[in-house]
Design a protein around this ligand. Structure first.
Ligand code: LMR
Length: 393
């Protein structure tokens, strides 16, 4: 049987992790996978997470199964953090999932269960795992233009032209904030236009919200998702706690389905069914920590303060990289780095230039020239700027 298997394409982001690990050069700089690092290169356990873990260890009396949809308190607390009061809770169904990827996978499985022929529209470019999972599930896929290679901003005209072709019942995957891989985002007025157009077309939005709190702030980063949630009869939201709570390996995510209150029971039943088919009960440890933090005023305040430090640190790094690139290239070509938001920026370098940066300078970024801003620090910003000026200046 196993001899029938074909080799699978390597995930480019994960491949880069291995290449970096195997590089013996001590000067190497990792700007690959989207993991936050502090100035010392460490991905810290956040203070509130540590405190919640200690309390959990002291008070937890059982490890028996949790609910099939996750603990109701987790689903309620995280849904409230994402949606505020944008939608009445009698329209919400939800399941806890293994990370944001698990939520995306369950969302796509739900769509396939309901409308197997629906087309899922993804931005070009998007996180490589989006098209990979859609193809794996045998679903129809289409792309809408997103990135303007000249300005490194959003190609808004192209995006609107393409989304005007969406058919009623099609699903449109949108990055709620902090677009991955580009770092270029819609402003509020542009979101309003996208929402009006997609509502006219009868589209169903699927929002991927993996970086809430990493862009303009915890509430600000949820603004587009909240508008979408309030504007459409049916919406899916896949959210991750990996980055904003720093609990990557705990696999903590949620899929929220918003529909008519009358259909809530059937929608919830289908979400539960999908969890049962795929893994039964969702992981609990990370979800429980998130619940403890969101339900405890002091822990929540401390978590929000640390998240804000993380966000501001990335903004400072963005500004200093833009400044250093101005000096090194004697031009304003890279000023966009300061106005991008989230962990990532697509620099607009060629694959050959990306390879030269890796081979000659031990600087690792994804092949499309996506850098993880949080992989930098005050020491490495000028090194990166000088190397970019050398290969692309
Ligand atoms: C990334 O894009 O680097 C992150 O979302 C991590 C991953 O799983 O790819």
């Amino acid at each position: 049987m196993f001899d029938q298997l074909k080799a699978q394409p390597q995930d480019k982001i994960l491949q880069l992790i291995a290449m970096f690990r195997d590089d013996p050069r001590t000067t190497k700089i990792d700007l690959g996978v989207g993991v936050y690092k502090d100035a010392t290169g460490l991905t810290p356990v956040m203070r509130a997470v540590k405190a919640a873990e200690k309390k959990l260890w002291e008070t937890e009396t059982t490890k028996t199964y949790t609910g099939l949809a996750g603990e109701p308190a987790y689903n309620a607390a995280l849904s409230a953090m994402i949606l505020g009061d944008a939608v009445p809770t009698d329209r919400l169904a939800s399941i806890a999932t293994p990370g944001g990827t698990g939520a995306i996978r369950q969302a796509l499985e739900l769509i396939r269960l309901a409308t197997p022929t629906a087309t899922v529209w993804i931005s070009n470019p998007t996180w490589p795992n989006h098209p990979s999972i859609i193809k794996f599930l045998g679903m129809n896929m289409a792309e809408y233009r997103y990135f303007d290679a000249a300005t490194r901003g959003v190609d808004f005209v192209g995006l609107m032209e393409d989304l005007a072709k969406v058919k009623s019942g099609d699903v449109v995957l949108l990055h709620g904030c902090c677009h991955n891989p580009t770092g270029a985002n819609l402003d509020g007025a542009q979101w309003d236009q996208v929402i009006t157009l997609l509502a006219q077309r009868g589209a169903i939005p699927l929002v991927d919200l993996a970086y809430q709190g990493f862009g303009d702030g915890l509430t600000e980063d949820a603004a587009a998702t909240r508008k979408i949630a309030a504007a459409f009869p049916e919406v899916l939201i896949a959210a991750s706690c990996s980055k904003n709570f720093g609990i990557y390996r705990e696999r903590t995510g949620i899929l929220i389905g918003i529909g008519a209150a009358a259909g809530k029971g059937v929608l919830q039943g289908n979400l539960n069914f999908l969890n049962r088919q795929n893994f039964s009960f969702p992981p609990d440890h990370g979800a429980r920590l998130v619940t403890m933090i969101l339900e405890d005023a002091a822990l929540k305040a401390d978590w929000m303060a640390e998240l804000e430090e993380v966000r501001l640190n990335m903004l400072t790094l963005r500004q200093s990289l833009a400044d250093e690139l101005r000096k090194a290239t004697n031009s304003d070509r890279f000023d966009f780095v300061a106005s991008h938001r989230g962990m990532f920026s697509r620099l607009g370098l060629t694959e050959a230039q990306v390879n030269t940066l890796r081979e000659d300078h031990a600087i690792y970024m994804v092949g499309d020239s996506r850098i993880n801003i949080a992989g930098l620090n005050a020491r490495t910003v000028p090194i990166l700027a000088a190397a970019i000026a050398q290969v692309a200046g």
